[in-house]
Design a protein around this ligand. Structure first.
Ligand code: SF4
Length: 192
């Protein structure tokens, strides 16, 4: 309930509704944009609902359509600078959910993040949600390859080691690994 209230508060502050805000958050950092079908699947809403919300965001100048000159099915929706400004306005104050996470000790925050990753992965496995842009499904992720306990993981995109608390659950550089690599990476992550 607190998180839902957070969504409404941020949306109201930003001048959009929660579904529109969720669409903008989904499109942020996706330079190629997303198709309506992908947006609907990620938000677990119907395509007509997604279409209506996208149209409303378009009227506000927050999103624009890209591509599709030769194939209408290839039209993607991308966020505009106005859309990014709307997101910034919504992030100007800390949500109650963020405050409750901040109240946890560092180790508890880390455990919460790992638990969240496991829950998201399970939701992906049972097809409840599409694959998210998490390290755990990324072709660049190499878990537990370093002996440094503070930074055991490696990101091959930036070629740098990082720690458990820096695992990403929505990374714009994410590229989905093939199923066999995802399974092997997950095993290594679990065993670590
Ligand atoms: S590119 Fe992003 S998602 Fe992939 S391993 Fe690096 S930090 Fe994680």
């Amino acid at each position: 309930m607190a998180m839902r209230t957070d969504d409404w508060t941020r949306a109201k502050t930003s001048g959009v509704n929660p579904t529109q805000l969720a669409i903008l958050e989904l499109l942020e950092g996706r330079t190629d944009g997303l198709g309506v079908k992908e947006i609907a699947a990620n938000l677990r809403v119907s395509q007509p609902t997604a279409t209506d919300s996208i149209a409303a965001l378009g009227r506000k100048g927050c999103v624009t359509k890209r591509g599709g000159e030769t194939d209408k099915r290839a039209v993607n929706v991308g966020i505009t600078p106005e859309g990014l400004s709307v997101l910034e306005v919504g992030r100007s104050s800390q949500s109650v959910a963020e405050q409750s996470v901040d109240a946890l000790a560092d180790r508890e925050q880390e455990d919460l993040l790992v638990t969240l990753v496991k829950m998201i992965r399970h939701l992906q496995e049972i097809d409840a949600i599409p694959i998210q842009r998490m390290c755990a499904s990324c072709r660049y992720f190499a878990p537990f390859i370093h002996s440094d306990a503070a930074k055991p993981h490696h990101c091959n995109f930036v070629n740098a080691a990082f720690g458990q608390r820096d695992i990403r659950i929505d990374c714009r550089e994410h590229e989905t690994a093939d199923p066999a690599s995802r399974a092997a990476t997950w095993d290594a992550f679990q065993q670590g």
